[in-house]
Write a protein that binds this ligand. Sequence first.
Ligand SMILES: *Cc1c(COP(=O)(O)O)cnc(C)c1O
Length: 381
Amino acid sequence: MGIISPAERLTVPTDFCEPVEAGLLTVDLSALVSNWRKLASLSGGAECGAVVKADGYGLGQAAVMRALAGAGCKTFFVANLLEGETARALAPEATIYVLDGVVPGCAPRLAAAGLRPCIGSFAELEEWAAAGATLGRKLEAALHFDTGMNRLGFAPRMAADVVARARGIAPTLVMSHFVSSQLPADPINARQIADFLPVRAHFPGVLASMANSSGVFLPEKPYFDVVRPGYALYGGNPTPGARNPMRAVAHISARIISVRDLSPGDTVGYDGVWKAPRPSRVATIGAGYADGLPVSATAAPEKPAGEAIVGGARCPFVGRVSMDYVVLDVTDAPKGAAERGQWVELLGESIDVEALAARARTIGYEVLTRLGRRYARRYAG
Ligand SMILES: *Cc1c(COP(=O)(O)O)cnc(C)c1O
């Protein structure tokens, strides 16, 4: 990809360059908010919620929720009770849905925190109604219908039955989830929407929701009343194969902690999986798989290795990614750019989560949620 101008590449503000730090994760909260606003503007007037499960896709649930609530987001989705309790403490007024639904025994705590489970079975419905009866009121919940994931939710043909048996609760949302919304040409999208429409008709006056991030970009425009983006908020590309319309939110940089010159035939790292083909200069950076750089970002016959931006040049990982270190081939980096103490970019505007994921045979969602806890974290914006 060649040289990137210094202005284009991630600039690490000098106050970030504290000598104690070898790895830095910067979360750009203004980019997060701008992604949320963009998704809201693309959703045909539907309310734009935010999925903040898995610690805000690895970026920090507290900072993410405060930023989005401050920007006007009123509906949040989390995976489980504990995430929901955290969410409630952060956003006392918000509507918070728990995607797991009612896990056995959790109903009283869900109710106490004012959380709304996404119910997908009669057993959950009964536990939720019983928890409500104890409190003397009908508790609010989403009803989740399974139009193809075969993971969670009622079968669409059970809709009339669900209406009858949901009398002991107060449904506030009827929802389903796409199998392949990232593939707009897949006929399953239209089929799922077609199966969801009659379900929705059974619940007049209840809000409906289907779209995750990629769902917002489907030609069928399945916005309904509430959209539920996660990945795209955090800078993931909801339109794989096309240009990423979202701004980068996670920026990872690491410092060069050692540089050396190798002769042809010298190897790097465990098991010597990389052998210098020419006189080479290599730089060791202070981040490894314990920081979320996948071991699978090591070069393999069928795919190239991960890369870092060093002084504007793309430099490949050489040798196996180890726990605390990655070694870069900086032979072709600009003179003076690959020196001890300098910062290199691993994730950001020049290398997005898809790019790193593609070189690690995984998906951007996994890259984000496995970023690791060791970095110094900075929240900007
Ligand atoms: C995780 C999740 C989302 C968000 O999906 P993204 O692809 O990250 O936008 C929406 N709905 C449900 C049910 C989910 O589990």
